[in-house]
Design a protein around this ligand. Structure first.
Ligand code: KIV
Length: 264
């Protein structure tokens, strides 16, 4: 089966077909997410919180991202895998940014990278990565790597100045060559305006229904999500908790293993 590429994203926008993305960080989840028919998997640095239990994403390193990205790319057959560039992997210098993006592709097996922030800060880095042939997904609005500066996980783009800035940032990310842009936690009407003004697809998370696509952290649809935009489709968290306690109880009561679980 041929790999999906970033070109499909652009075609989907042109055809008005919604784009569905999920994050995944491990082998079985990546396989299930692929079987569900997603258009792409993001190995997000959100793993710093949902896998590693951190209070933010700032402790995620390149080594951690490479480890999870190679597990996910090993698990899937045809799904586009986008790897997040972690904190300090692109902020220090454009050369560093290119080296790290290159590692996510050559060692991790990703087909694209995502990085947070505007062209006014990271334009040179983005340009260098794209010139080398690595597709870049932008990310604006609530950018978790700037959490110390933002002062919390708050909705962005409420004031007129901020709305103008975000519209400008989106246009500049398109013009520099990003293949799509994540819009995180901004008002729906602003996301709609940005989406309608761009040729490249917008992927929303907490940005309303009018983006070209949607992304959620896989655990946010499985019962772990607390944010307003999270939706629990099946409470796998409860199912897991129940399975674990059933096992513990059966072992304590001598009910497990039965003969069928044992070797003669
Ligand atoms: O790290 C991540 O998972 C993300 C998405 C939620 C957009 O950046």
């Amino acid at each position: 089966m041929s790999k999906k590429t970033v070109v499909h994203f652009l075609e989907q926008k042109q055809k008005n077909e919604k784009i569905a993305l999920l994050t995944a960080y491990d082998f079985p989840t990546a396989q299930l997410v692929e079987e569900a028919g997603v258009d792409g998997i993001l190995v997000g640095d959100s793993l710093g919180m949902v896998v590693m239990g951190g209070e933010n994403t700032l402790k995620v390193t390149m080594d951690v991202m490479l480890y999870h990205t190679s597990i996910v790319t090993h698990a899937v057959k045809s799904t586009l895998v986008i790897a997040d560039m972690p904190f300090l992997s692109y902020q220090i210098s454009p050369e560093d940014a290119l080296r790290n993006a290159g590692r996510l592709v050559s060692e991790g097996g990703a087909q694209a990278v995502k990085l947070e922030g505007p062209v006014s800060k990271y334009g040179e880095a983005i340009e260098k990565i794209i010139k080398c042939g690595i597709p870049v997904m932008g990310h604006i609005g609530l950018t978790p790597q700037s959490i110390l500066e933002l002062g919390g996980y708050k909705i962005q783009g409420r004031s007129e100045t901020c709305r103008k800035r975000l519209k400008k940032e989106a246009k500049e990310l398109q013009d520099i060559g990003c293949f799509s842009i994540v819009l995180e936690c901004i008002p729906s009407d602003l996301a709609k305006e940005i989406t309608e003004s761009l040729d490249i697809p917008t992927i929303g998370i907490g940005a309303g229904p009018d983006c070209d696509g949607q992304i959620l952290v896989c655990y946010d649809i499985l019962g772990w999500g607390k944010a307003r935009f999270a939706k629990t489709y099946i409470n796998a968290r409860e199912n897991m908790r129940e399975s674990f306690s059933l096992f513990v109880n059966e072992v304590k009561q001598g009910k497990y293993p039965e003969e069928k679980h044992s070797y003669s």
